[in-house]
Each structure stands twice: as C-alpha cells, then as structure tokens.
Design a protein around this ligand. Structure first.
Ligand code: SF4
Length: 424
C-alpha cells in the first residue's frame, strides 16, 4: 500500500465534508476567555470563519480523519482546517530551533517545527492551534487486548512543546492564536465528547454537549470509513499477490513513520523495486481470512480470537505496540508476505522491548526480517540505498521458496484464492 495515499488525503478535502460544513450551524455566542493564552479574538469569530491548525505529527497520522470529520460536523469549513507540512530538516531549522524543552525521542522533538510553522503562517493565519493530548486510541484490536493507550510521550507532547513556545513570552498570544490541547480518550466516544466539549466551549461559540457528541460520532464514522477503505485496499493487494503467487512486504512501525521526515520513505524505495507494501495499521481483518490464518492457534487454545495477542504480548496496554505485535503474527501466517521491514525512531523507549519478540515471531516463520532502528533527522541515503538493494536481492532469490514453504504449512482453503484452489 503506497504511503502517498495518506499523504494525498491530508492535502485534499472531500466535497461531502464541505457540504456538511455549509449546513446551518448554531448562532455565534459571545467569547469566553481561556486560561491557556491571552489571545481571545478567535472565539469572537463565527465558527465558519475560524481557521484551525493541527500539527501533522504523532497520532494525528492515524486519527486525522476523526479530527476532520469532528470539526466539519461542528461547522468548521474544511478548507479552513490546516495541517502543518511533512516533517523535514528545513522545517525544524526554520521554525523549531531553540524551542526544545526536554530531551525526548525524535518524533516528539520534531513537533516544535510543526508548531512554529503553524504559528508563522502569514498567508492563511490560524486562529486556533488544536493539538489534542490523545490518551487512548481507537484500535481494531480493541476488546481483544488489555487497553489501547497512547505512548505517554505522545500524550504529553502538546504541553511539552507548548512550554518551548512560552519560555520567553507567550508566542501564541503574540500571533493572536489560542492553543487548545484537550486530553482525549478516543477509545471511549462518550468520554471523548465530554472532554472535547470542556476544552472547546471557550473557543467555539455556542458549543453544547449534545452537539459535541454528534460531532464525535461523525468523526468516529469518518475514521471507521477510512480504515475500512484502507483495509479493503490491503485485501485487494493480498488477493492479487495470492493470485499471481508473488511477494509483498509488510511495514511494522508506528503510524507517524508514514511521515517522510520520520520514516524517510524507506518503504517507498522498496515499492520502487516493484513490491507491493502493506502497513500493519491497515491489514485486512475479515473474519474468514483471520480464521483461516489463525486456525491452528485457535484449535490449540493458544488464543481466544484471531485478534488476541496474549500468547506473544501479555501486557497489551499500548495501542500502537499491540498493532505492531499483531502485525508480526499476521506476517508470520500470511504466505505472500515474504518480508517484514521494521522501522523505529531514535530514543524510542516503547519499541525497545518489542525488538526481540517481533523479530522472533517473523523469522520463526521463515519470513525475511530487516530492521531500521534509531531513525532521526538524518536520512543516511547511501546506507539506505545499499540496504534496499540488499532486501531486493534477497527477495529476488528467496521469495519463491519462502512463499512455497509458508503455503505448505498453512491450513487448506485460503479465502484469498478462488474456490477449489485453496492452500494446502
Ligand atoms: S512510541 Fe517511541 S517514538 Fe513514539 S512517542 Fe513514544 S517513545 Fe517516542
């Protein structure tokens, strides 16, 4: 699955959302003050004239559809929802220099550049910088794991980065921008609605709880629809690979590794070699397919459902970590996933304990495994090129054998293949 699918989405605004934004909304109400920033002007604007900026960072990469759907349902013109650009060295140098507060992992550090870029926009100046502190995420593994929490560094990042813009004066007030960073549990829509109403009632004129709940529900639907479309596309890719008996690759990484400045587009280089690329966040979860893949584990009583990861990761509290572990299990059982590429960032404490189990799960099935760790600002273009060529060479010589062995060990009746042509 090509990364640009998501990249394009950030840049486009579906016309259906625009139509909804134009629907009649509540009357503007007088502004209330915020304790966060002295700039009260934005709340005096009618909603349809507000311009809202969101940093294209961290878990916004997996929840952007929720925020666009949510804000649009509240009457914000989707053309006035502004995402910062991709992470880049130039962005960090121009807008984030000197704004650091605490030493942190690379993806969190990068957020300063995104904040600075949104504050500095002169052509389309924002009124509100909305940067949610996402405490928990909606996950397709929900109900099968202990919890779906965000990494604590991700959750705290908005306040951490805000501090860097308050050190020598309130940079938000200087630009007439309100900084709003609601703590939000996106895995619990009713709680999320209460949290968002509390945080936004001062900056969105006339906002009431019932309207906030409806907007949260609309955001959840938008997110679910997008996830379903991405999973359907992944399924099509796997069906094509099964039909043609050719290999594909799976990327195991956090959602923000789709950012070209964080993941350095390593998977794009591999796709350029002709291999379809899947991401663990959008693997297909069709019942028949998963029952076929996990039949032996279910029959042996190792797991309670195909989405259960207790057999390999009992402390399943972190949403993104859980999805990486499940992705490793998927790769091990899917014959046409001949290679897994693992990405992780500099100073990521959450990924470290997962390195060994993920590699073991993948390699125990005979699937190729390559890891790019400690990714930071520097794209080591030369070494990435050599490693991409190495992966390509391994796949050219080994993928047919890998697929054959994995097919031989799989249950009969693969749903990816035409009836009567099952694996076995
Ligand atoms: S999961 Fe790792 S890279 Fe991501 S915010 Fe947490 S520590 Fe940083």
């Amino acid at each position: 699955m090509p990364t640009p699918t998501l990249l394009r989405w950030f840049a486009s605004r579906p016309s259906s959302l625009l139509a909804r934004a134009r629907a009649p909304g509540p009357e503007p109400a007088p502004a209330s003050t915020s304790s966060e920033s002295a700039a009260a002007a934005p709340a005096r604007k009618p909603r349809e004239l507000l311009r809202i900026g969101l940093p294209r960072t961290l878990n916004l990469w997996s929840t952007h559809q929720f925020w666009v759907g949510f804000l649009t349902a509240l009457g914000i013109d989707p053309r006035r929802i502004e995402f910062s650009s991709d992470t880049s060295d130039a962005q960090g140098r121009a807008f984030g220099m000197g704004r650091g507060t605490v030493d942190c992992c690379y993806p969190v550090k990068c957020m300063s550049g995104h904040y600075g870029e949104l504050l500095a926009r002169e052509k389309r100046p924002i009124d509100i910088l909305l940067t949610p502190m996402i405490a928990a995420l909606p996950s397709f593994l929900g109900g099968h794991v202990m919890a779906s929490l965000a990494c604590p560094r991700v959750m705290a990042a908005p306040e951490n980065i805000r501090a860097g813009f308050m050190r020598s004066g309130d940079a938000f007030a200087e630009h007439g921008i309100r900084h709003v960073s609601p703590l939000v549990n996106l895995d619990e829509p009713q709680l999320a609605a209460r949290q968002l109403h509390t945080a936004l009632q001062d900056v969105l004129p006339g906002l009431v709880p019932a309207e906030t709940q409806r907007a949260v529900d609309a955001g959840m639907r938008a997110l679910a629809d997008f996830g379903a479309r991405m999973r359907a596309r992944s399924l099509e890719i796997l069906e094509a690979c099964a039909r043609e008996n050719r290999p594909c690759l799976l990327v195991l990484a956090r959602p923000y590794h789709m950012d070209p400045g964080i993941g350095h587009e390593i998977e794009v280089d591999l796709q350029g070699c002709g291999y379809p690329v899947l991401w663990s966040q959008y693997l297909p979860t069709d019942e028949a397919l998963l029952r076929w893949m996990f039949r032996a584990d279910l029959d042996a009583g190792l797991i309670r459902s195909p989405l259960d990861i207790a057999d390999v990761w009992p402390s399943s509290y972190s949403a993104n970590t859980n999805e990486i572990l499940w992705g490793a299990k998927f790769a091990a059982r899917m014959p046409w996933v001949a290679c897994v590429v693992r990405l992780s960032s500099y100073e990521c404490g959450m990924d470290q304990p997962t390195y060994t189990p993920v590699q073991r799960i993948v390699e125990s099935s005979g699937t190729l495994f390559f890891s790019f760790q400690d990714l930071d600002a520097t794209k080591p273009a030369g070494s990435v090129k050599i490693r991409v060529e190495t992966i390509d060479a391994y796949l050219r010589t080994m993928s047919a054998g890998i697929i054959e062995r994995k097919r031989a060990g799989a249950a009969p009746g693969c749903p990816l293949l035409a009836a009567g042509d099952g694996v076995g």
